[in-house]
Write a protein that binds this ligand. Structure first.
Ligand code: ADP
Length: 486
């Protein structure tokens, strides 16, 4: 049904090491599937631990050259790559939809978003600043400068196959760090295309190296433990993040961790209900709900919950589900069979514990991993989805009474990535924004992601920030030079 686009054949399938495309040891490969059909799209290189080490050595060898590029040269590489992404957006969107499933319009949106990180960090590259300070006693001067942290390992997830790459590669290149990047095995093709574009944009050999593999643990652990890299930037599950933090502890690597979320979405009775429904639809359905920023728990003040539930269910029921290449399709398939099983189980569990299905809730069957937009009301605290990321098109509604009640519910989680608050009372909005434990807050808006804003979480949602003016700091060390002035 979803015809295989030409770019699937055109894109490189090998490892990118030291500036050239190379096969994995023994020519090993693994298959990439189309989630809309479950069929094989193509095969890509399956790196061994030795291949991983070669990629790391290539990055180490290239680190001096990366650090020696002038800020303007780094910015120019990023700007050329930005232009190339835009010029090839149709092919790149088709490639992303083929491997990941999201509707073509969303794939195009992601490529624009991904390119924006390159443009943003091209600007940051030439604005890395320092300082000059008189010591408090007046007897010395301090020069403060920033230097690249060194070789960076970058690990990305499948849900935003290109934007999670540029969000790390943009600041790494801007800061002058050589890197090894490893995309998720479900969606390596967008990253392969991106790396080929960076090569074309003039990146020095070894400045970025790419490995694809199925056994990430076996390949990455020795790379991390070698201590040759000085930085690990990871986006993925909290479970894997914890493992990586432990591995990084041995050689004290700098880490950035963008981990799981469990976003509360709060609607007060003074909110504009149409806006709140539109916001919930965005916060829930962007990327089929497969986003760490997805609204995972929707809490609505008791006076308006019935009306809100009716309107949201009506809008959800109208969404068109199908292959991402289909005309007018708004909801594509989930990433794989495991994801479909998990969403199905979470809904069943909530229903078993007393939730009511307002719309959806029944697997669609047929080929591909499709699940219908679903709204559940009366989801109790002990439902698994109160604690686990749903990562699917399921909106669970639960009532609350007042602000204090809302804060307790919102903060009753080990995660703290993002929260959403809908209210027309300014002071209430600010009180909630201050009291909720999350790295980001959407006030009367359902999407917070923006390359120019600091993205990241608190609690077990992670460490560090990506994007914004501070995004580049994750790849820079501060050096202080003291000068005696007797
Ligand atoms: P998800 O559950 O969304 O697939 P994961 O945290 O499992 O999230 O995966 C995110 C990224 O981390 C992927 O690129 C995956 O291959 C990689 N990964 C998974 N396990 C490990 C590991 N033990 N070491 C390094 N990377 C890993």
């Amino acid at each position: 049904q979803s015809a295989r686009p030409a770019i699937v054949d055109a894109v490189p399938k090998d490892l990118f090491v030291g500036g050239s495309w190379q096969q994995a040891t023994g020519g090993k490969t693994f298959d990439v599937l189309d989630p809309a059909t479950g069929e094989v799209l193509c095969a890509v290189a399956d790196a061994s631990p030795e291949d991983g080490r070669r990629a790391l050595d290539a990055a180490v060898a290239a680190q001096p050259a990366m650090a020696a590029l002038s800020p303007r040269q780094r910015a120019d590489i990023l700007t050329r790559a930005f232009d190339l992404l835009h010029r090839r957006i149709d092919d790149l969107a088709a490639l992303m939809t083929a491997e990941m499933g999201k509707p073509l319009a969303e794939a195009r949106g992601e490529i624009v978003y991904a390119a924006e990180f390159l443009r943003h960090f091209a600007g940051e590259a030439v604005r890395i600043d320092g300082g000059y300070q008189v010591s408090p006693a007046g007897d010395a001067r301090f020069l403060i400068t920033k230097q690249p942290v060194g070789v960076a390992l970058l690990i990305t997830p499948w849900n935003f196959p290109m934007a999670m790459g540029t969000r790390k590669l943009g600041p790494a290149i801007a800061a002058g760090c050589a890197s090894v990047i490893k995309p998720a095995p479900q969606t390596p093709l967008s990253m392969l295309a991106l790396i080929d574009i960076l090569r074309e944009a003039g990146l020095p050999d070894g400045g970025v190296n790419l490995i694809t593999c199925t056994d990430a643990g076996a390949v990455l652990e020795p790379m991390i433990r070698s201590g040759l890299a000085r930085k690990l930037s990871f986006t993925g599950s909290t479970k894997v993040g914890r493992i990586l933090l432990e591995q990084c502890a041995e050689k004290v690597l700098r880490t950035s961790m963008e981990l799981g979320g469990n976003a509360p979405f709060l609607v007060f009775d003074d909110a504009d209900l149409d806006e709140a429904v539109a916001g919930a639809l965005q916060a829930k359905m962007r990327n089929m709900g497969e986003a760490c920023t997805a609204a995972n728990r929707i809490y609505v003040q008791s006076g308006v919950i019935d009306e809100f539930g009716r309107r949201l269910a009506a809008r959800m029921a109208e969404l068109t589900v199908g292959p991402g290449t289909g005309d007018g399709v708004q909801v594509g398939p989930l990433i794989d069979a495991a994801a479909l099983t998990k969403v199905t189980e979470l809904v069943q569990d909530a229903v078993d514990r007393g939730a009511t299905v307002l719309t959806g809730g029944v697997q669609l069957g047929g080929a591909g991993y499709f699940y219908p937009p679903t709204v559940l009301s009366g989801v109790p605290r002990d439902a698994r989805m109160s604690d686990e990321e749903i990562f699917g098109p399921v909106a669970p509604l639960t009532p609350f009474e007042d602000e204090d009640d809302a804060v307790v519910l919102a903060n009753d989680t080990e995660f703290g990535l993002v929260s959403y608050v809908f209210t027309n009372d300014l002071r209430r909005a600010l009180r909630m924004a201050e009291r909720i434990e999350s790295g980001m807050v959407g006030l009367n808006q359902g999407v917070v992601s923006n390359p120019a804003a600091p993205f990241g979480g608190v609690k077990q949602s992670g460490l560090g920030r990506e994007g914004g003016a501070i995004g580049i700091d994750e790849f820079l060390e501060t050096k202080y030079i003291g000068i005696a002035m007797p």
